[in-house]
Design a protein around this ligand. Structure first.
Ligand SMILES: Nc1ncnc2c1ncn2[C@@H]1O[C@H](COP(=O)(O)OP(=O)(O)O)[C@@H](O)[C@H]1O
Ligand SMILES: [Mg+2]
Length: 165
């Protein structure tokens, strides 16, 4: 899900509020109504725990019922800063997700950041254990997000869209 569904605070190495440029951590607090309706914090914390150690997604630092803190993963990916090896990077990210058996299911440009030339993937609230689990959710009519294509296709399309913009 992209857009204004959460409050984002950028934190420095002392966990004090700071400008994004100085951030080491990010604290995400989903809007209360959405958090309750979709169990957002518990879900996203769970997926970040599953992905512990993967260098292209935020690492979970701490969490409580209403919010969680993760590592800072850079700025929004834009046309000007698309890395030359983006296709290899996408392959690395998708192959790694497969190894962790995690499907993101909602990849759009808004969920792609870049840090030190490395593409980063955020916002795992629609994650599933592999793609098959998500296909079942779609069939049951319970999928709430917009994206319906698989992670690799979605990531390729997002990058193509950016490059052609
Ligand atoms: N780990 C992070 N590092 C840097 N920026 C982040 C991080 N997580 C979120 N952001 C910023 O906050 C925005 C919203 O975060 P996101 O997780 O997509 O929330 P939502 O569920 O509201 O879509 C992102 O587009 C990005 O600009
Ligand atoms: Mg988002």
């Amino acid at each position: 899900m992209s857009g204004n569904t959460s409050e984002i605070k950028y934190l420095n190495d002392q966990f004090k509020k700071c400008e994004p440029i100085n951030a080491i951590y990010v604290k995400k607090t989903p809007k209360e109504r959405l958090r309750q309706k979709f169990d957002l914090v518990r879900k996203e914390v769970y997926w970040l725990q599953q992905l512990d150690g993967f260098d292209r997604v935020p690492q979970l630092i701490n969490h409580n019922a209403k919010s969680f803190t993760m590592t800072y993963k850079g700025v929004q990916l834009t046309k000007e800063i698309v890395p030359a090896d983006w296709e290899e990077q996408i392959d690395y990210i998708i192959t790694s997700l497969e190894k962790f058996n995690v499907s993101h299911n909602d990849i759009e440009l808004g969920e792609l950041l870049i840090l030190n030339g490395k593409i980063q993937l955020i916002d795992f609230q629609h994650g599933t254990h592999g793609r098959a689990e998500f296909e079942k959710i779609i069939k049951s009519g319970k999928a709430v997000n917009r994206v319906r294509i698989d992670d690799r296709t979605a990531m390729m399309e997002a990058l193509q869209q950016l490059i052609n913009s």
